[in-house]
Design a protein around this ligand. Sequence first.
Ligand SMILES: [Zn+2]
Length: 154
Amino acid sequence: MRTQRQTVDYSLQRRVVLRDVRNGRIGTLEVCDASPYLRNAATFHGEPTEVRCPICRRENLTLVHYVYGDELKQSAGQARKLAELPSLAMTLREFQVFVVEVCRSCSWNHLIERFVLGRDGLTTDETLQTEAMVSSGGGGSRRNGPSHSGEARR
Ligand SMILES: [Zn+2]
């Protein structure tokens, strides 16, 4: 995505966990512990992948995108569809996205990456374009009233 920045990749940690599972150092129960909420999020907001679950190999993994940030208000911490993120990124200045992979068969889950999205990542030109787009969308255009500075000086 265009405004994506500050990406942190967790594939190394994932590899370590998977290696420990194969060595028997970690039990599969410990890593296959997706909560009912996460499994629901995978069902309703998940992004299907072509990647087989590394634990059970029965099903392809699903990616769930969680969004965090003050500007999201009450929807902070909720899962969003991948397709919703670009428009959210044009509306908000900055928010965090956490990408979690989930197996809906065995409940394996792991954080894949996190990154920041939002209009603050645009160049000045792009910001102007976006503002034109948003304001032409109608509603909530704030107009500056007549200047009060003249009155104050009277
Ligand atoms: Zn699985």
